[in-house]
Ligand binder design. Structure first.
Ligand SMILES: Cc1ncc(COP(=O)(O)O)c(C=O)c1O
Ligand SMILES: N[C@H](C=O)CCC(=O)O
Length: 427
């Protein structure tokens, strides 16, 4: 047995399914999840000493690669003076000021400890600020595991075929309306039905939890217009896209003004983090200024602030984003060429350094197109790549990520593995 197999068997004795987050379990693709011992740059090493080019990057945060020196040093320095105080620190102000300076339309921001907390809190705030109870989300979008958002959700819920989780009370689920991503008429129909009761529309501006689906031209602008017409708040869930798709996040990339933005992943440099922010008059509804309660023992945690600030300061060099986009395009062009050579129907999507791989001739416009792909082919490809030292997300419903540490050598390694893996599919 491999070390990963031994550890997985042991883990299942004391952790449900052997993992602390479902998509890690390889349940959709089959086989044993790799237990990780270390990571550096673009590479991740498992408990058996096997090395893989990593296209998960901790599900997004590792945009400059693992063990980025400035982040390691910042965390080391902070560890020497304390891990957590439960009291305010200057680093929290620096983080809030930096986020407000870089992300358009953020006037105030509140830190929390995960993306789930960020979206859950943003929804409560939207409901409190508008006095309305319904929210509108999109099928296949995932906003963390808060009850109200586990309705027709993406990520692990799509992977395991339970898009609406048991345990969410029906009375609460009824308040979550779901529309179709990239189809504004489905949103308009719901607004016409509940003109005075939708507090907020929440959307992943690039859907990254049903693989990677870019917004159709005009879609985000259309959401803004509908929210304005019906008095609802527009929430961009940028937990994944924040500082990933553009130096000013998706709000900057697409030039659309949300009322609230949620963040996570990159802004913590790999440590647990979340944040939500937006218009001052909405944010001022939060306790202790206003009546909407929101709190957290570890909110603004000093280690997470240190890591996040170090990473965000490095990302001030915007040329990194051009290089990331070019590297991702190079990877995807190579993968398409390898698939074409093997005669395998295959499509890719890309926004910056976020990408999607599809065993389909495309195009990919939304959840229905993703669901129609050849999942069995994806699963075989996933394992063939893993066997050849390439670590892709273990689900056809997850986006992939390239980091600045992915160089020519890593792309070459990946494309060699891909040529062999696609040829196996043909056979
Ligand atoms: C778009 C989006 N929102 C929210 C979340 C929830 O974040 P977390 O896993 O940190 O709770 C995630 C990822 O899990 C995400 O991709
Ligand atoms: N798709 C999820 C986040 O973006 C995957 C991370 C997780 O839930 O473990």
């Amino acid at each position: 047995m491999s070390q990963s197999e031994i550890l997985f068997e042991r883990a299942r004795g004391s952790i449900p399914g052997g993992v602390n987050s479902p998509v890690r379990a390889f349940k959709a693709v089959g086989g044993t999840p790799r237990f990780i011992a270390a990571a550096d740059g673009a590479w991740i090493t498992d408990a058996d000493g096997q090395r893989y080019v990593d296209y998960i990057g901790s599900w997004g945060p590792m945009i400059l690669g693992h063990q980025y020196p400035a982040v390691v040093e910042a965390v080391r320095q902070q560890a020497l003076v304390g891990f957590s105080y439960g009291a305010p620190t200057e680093a929290e102000i620096e983080m809030a000021e930096l986020l407000c300076a870089r992300v358009p339309h953020l006037e105030m921001v509140r830190m929390c400890s995960s993306g789930t907390e960020a979206t859950m809190s943003a929804l409560r705030l939207a409901r409190g600020a508008t006095g309305r109870s319904r929210i509108l989300k999109f099928e296949g979008c995932y906003h963390g595991h808060g009850d109200a958002l586990l309705v027709k959700a993406g990520s692990g819920l799509l992977t395991f075929g339970v898009p609406t989780s048991p345990g969410v009370p029906a009375a609460l689920a009824e308040l979550t309306l779901t529309a179709t991503f990239n189809e504004l008429d489905t949103v308009e129909a719901l607004f016409s039905r509940y003109p005075d009761d939708i507090a907020a529309v929440i959307v992943e501006p690039v859907a990254g939890n049903m693989n990677c689906v870019p917004p159709a031209p005009g879609f985000l602008q259309g959401l803004r217009a509908l929210c304005d017409r019906y008095g609802a708040l527009l929430i961009f869930d940028e937990v994944m896209t924040g500082f990933r798709v553009h130096p000013r996040s998706a709000a900057g990339l697409y030039g659309v003004r949300p009322d609230l933005i949620t963040l996570g992943k990159i802004i913590g440099g790999g440590l647990p983090v979340g944040a939500f922010g937006g218009r001052r008059e909405v944010m001022e509804q939060l306790a202790p200024l206003g009546p909407v309660y929101q709190a957290g023992t570890l909110s603004g945690n000093p280690l997470a602030m240190a890591a996040g600030l170090a990473l965000l300061r490095a990302l001030a060099d915007e040329t990194i984003y051009q290089r990331l986009e070019a590297r991702t395009a190079q990877l995807l062009a190579g993968l398409r060429a390898a698939a074409a050579e093997a005669g395998v129907p295959f499509t890719t999507t890309q926004v910056g350094s976020m990408f999607g791989l599809y065993f389909s001739a495309g195009p990919i416009r939304g959840y229905a197109d993703v669901a129609a792909c050849d999942l069995a082919a994806f699963n075989r490809f996933f394992h063939a790549m893993l066997d050849r030292g390439v670590y892709l997300a273990p689900s056809a419903y997850e986006a992939g990520f390239v980091s600045a540490a992915h160089g020519e050598a890593e792309i070459e390694h990946t494309l060699k593995a891909a040529r062999e893996s696609f040829s196996l599919l043909r056979g």
